[in-house]
Ligand binder design. Sequence first.
Ligand code: ADP
Ligand code: MG
Length: 415
Amino acid sequence: MRTHCLGLVLGAEDDWPRAFEALTSRLGEFEWRGERHVLDVNRVTYEPFDLRYKPRYALVLDRVGWWYLLPREWLKKVALMDDVYLLNNPFTFQAMEKHSAYCAMMRLGLKVPETWLIPHKQPPWNERFPTTAARYNQAFDLAEVGERVGFPLFLKPFDGGQWRGVVRAKNAEELRRRYDESGEQLMHVQAAIHGFDVFARSLSIGAETMVMFFDPDKPIHDRYQVRHNFLNAEQGDEVVTISKVVNAFFRWEFNSCESLIRGDDVCPIDYANASPDVALTSLHYYFPWAMCALVRWCAFCVAQGRRMRIDVDSRPWFEIGDREDLSYEEKLREYRRLADEHFDADAYAEFRAGPMAHVDEYAHEWFTSDDFDRVLVETVRATFPAHEHEQFVAHYRGLLRSWADDAATSRSPAP
Ligand SMILES: Nc1ncnc2c1ncn2[C@@H]1O[C@H](COP(=O)(O)OP(=O)(O)O)[C@@H](O)[C@H]1O
Ligand SMILES: [Mg+2]
């Protein structure tokens, strides 16, 4: 029997870790390719550490390394020295933030909207900077950049996240005002996908991807909407392929991808999220799927002995992307092949149908239990003001009940 120690690197959240712990403990022992395995889940805590110490973890799920240096540098140590498997790669997330992710996917030919990078309004202070700027920074006409990108447009930080500093400008005057407000942030100017038909947000966990209907104008509890068949088969497949391509290219395994669909075009606008939102209060109906996928993918990585790759191998992707004889659709097919290979899609399908076949049953049992109801109530209390508790407890109970009914009749969405 092989015991695999899984570490959770957490912040203030308590909803999904409790779900993950409950489901892995119900999973118990499982068999894969002639060996028995069991997962031992622990929350990671910090203390001073010797860089040469040996951690006990086989795999770590990180949620805060993007923001906090101590866990991030601990993650780098355990990945570099001890072959601990990380679902997301702190090295590439640091180096390949939104801007680099746009560049790489533009080179692959994805329909990222027209995007420019513009100099800081307020450059970082450094006593040599005024001389450097006087010598090398060209004066520029912001209105002209706006015209070339096209209005309406979005002004957003090059390394964005959580809608911080994202603003819309409909004309040159508004662009100038918004730029003045951007202060020390380095900004992109990006053409708005105006009048899109669908905003699809896909959450990928390893080889699984769930595409959800998203409404950014709604309050947070209502952004993910429970809708089925909101894309036709080709569009759905294209959104899934784009998500898998992004993740396989950067070797990220826990990430969300936002795509705007307008007519026949699928335009990815945001797809470098080191800590994708998996809060119960955001995902509601889709939360059980996300938890099951996390359990399945983590179990697969350790049982299969999957090795984490720290580097990004852009070459095979660019070789396809640079070919002039291939259409967009042909390139996507080639990328999908690389992505499926990267995620070991066939072995994972076998693993899911074999030793993981009962995860959905355990999930149904747990998500309809009093134990889960306590998590739901406590999460609502921690998220919303007191006068809204009653309303939102009822709201989320209803959504989870509808998931349970759909799952019982196998109507819950298949990734
Ligand atoms: N090019 C665009 N076209 C239309 N809407 C956009 C565009 N860029 C951003 N948005 C809107 O702004 C929101 C935040 O921008 P996004 O790039 O996702 O930043 P963040 O990384 O902070 O989430 C998006 O969810 C979307 O609603
Ligand atoms: Mg976003």
